[in-house]
Design a protein around this ligand. Structure first.
Ligand code: PLP
Length: 388
């Protein structure tokens, strides 16, 4: 019995101690100075101007797609089939139409040429997910989107610390989203963050996070302009955009501040683990040609080399027998275009046209990769996989 849970020890005693110390000294519990401090530290770590801490990665997705609507209008958003449900539901919720583009096998991200082929005059943004720690960007994509004036939104919820061309993923697009759910590279228990260099985008994110209220803006000119446009409404209760309450708390921010201190160190262990895993995997049975440059994987991606339903069944049985926790289909359970909430809206779309996403859906899964996973366990996992 190998016994590898998906995640282990992501909230440690040090985090709990920091939280207890904070609770003994504060009388402010919801969004306040600690949230601001975490946002400032995160912006510095990522290399962006602004961050907005929210209560989940899905909320970050929702706000981002809403702000795209408010600033650029309703239209088509290019999305991946290998991502998370909220990458698509946020697009629908904001009134846009998702346009699916198939992914590469070597980084599980949308193919750059296919993205560029799908851009139309209706395209409002490309919403790219960096999947399970792999960088999903190419120079061609970044340059072409800039040239064509199409906003790039990066979902980095699964790839904290991944980089492209020496810069962190999440610092290339108009905005980016991260999740701090327990199972990710770092955690605030629940939580998410939106990052941007764009002042206007930032102000809108702040409004959306807090019911759509103008008083949440840090831009005094913006506040004055809106208040004078609606003199009959009270500035404390002037709801400019259709927001919700997606705030987080001081408690979650304290955990985030403490976790950020060890993120880089933990990530370098994850990188070594992933290398060891790939090196010892039988490449005749499993796909091992991943592009690992700049990647920081919190999961071991296991993809069959060839279509083989019998082998896949044996694989899942073996993992279950050995208490190795796994998720089939990789991120988001595989081809999201197959999900009922998508097909109910895109009634003419055939999800089987997304060939690589379909393969990953049928013959892919992932297991956990975290700092306290021992070398012995990684090698035992490889031996188990190779023996099937
Ligand atoms: C790519 C991606 N986007 C968004 C989310 C949503 O994040 P959360 O679980 O914090 O809502 C996830 C969740 O795991 C994810 O993997």
């Amino acid at each position: 019995m190998i016994n590898i849970p998906l995640m282990n020890n992501n909230i440690i005693k040090e985090d709990v101690d920091a939280l207890i110390d904070f609770l003994k000294t504060t009388d402010r519990f919801t969004q306040g100075p600690k949230v601001q401090e975490f946002e400032d530290q995160w912006s510095e770590w990522l290399g962006v101007k602004h961050s907005v801490f929210v209560n989940s990665g899905a909320s970050a997705n929702f706000i981002t797609m809403s702000v795209i609507r408010d600033l650029y209008g309703i239209g088509e958003i290019i999305v991946p089939p290998i991502a998370w449900s909220s990458d698509i539901s946020s697009v629908f919720a904001a009134g846009h139409t998702p346009v699916f583009v198939d992914v590469n096998m070597n980084n599980l991200a949308m193919n750059d040429d296919t993205i560029l082929d799908h851009i139309t005059p209706k395209t409002k943004a490309v919403f790219l997910t960096h999947v399970l720690g792999f960088n999903g960007l190419t120079k061609k994509l970044v340059d072409e989107l800039q040239k064509r004036n199409i906003p790039l939104i990066e979902d980095v919820c699964e790839s904290h610390g991944a980089s492209f061309n020496g810069k962190k993923c999440g610092s290339f697009g108009l905005a980016s989203n991260f999740s701090f759910y327990y199972a990710h590279h770092m955690s605030t228990i629940e939580g998410g963050i939106i990052c941007t260099d764009d002042d206007r985008f930032y102000e809108y994110c702040r409004l959306y996070r807090s019911h759509g209220m103008i008083r949440e803006s840090t831009d005094e000119d913006m506040k004055k302009a809106v208040c004078s446009e609606y003199p009959q409404l009270r500035p404390e209760f002037l709801f400019v955009v259709p927001g919700y309450n997606m705030r987080s708390t001081e408690l979650n921010a304290v955990i985030g501040i403490n976790q950020l201190k060890r993120l880089d160190k933990n990530n370098s262990i994850r990188e070594k683990n992933f290398e060891l895993f790939l090196k010892n995997l039988d490449s005749s049975k499993y796909y091992t040609d991943f592009c690992t440059t700049g990647s920081v994987n919190y999961a071991f991606v296991i993809l069959l080399r060839n279509q083989d339903p019998e082998l896949f069944q044996k694989l899942t049985n073996k993992l279950l027998d050995n208490a190795v926790e796994f998720r089939r289909g990789t991120a988001g359970g595989g081809n999201l275009a197959r999900q009922p909430f998508v097909l109910k809206q895109l009634t003419d779309f055939d999800p089987s046209t997304l060939k690589n996403a379909e393969f990953i859906h049928q013959y892919g899964l992932y297991t956990g990769n975290y700092p306290d996973l021992s070398e012995d366990k990684i090698l035992a996992l490889c031996n188990l996989l190779n023996s099937i």
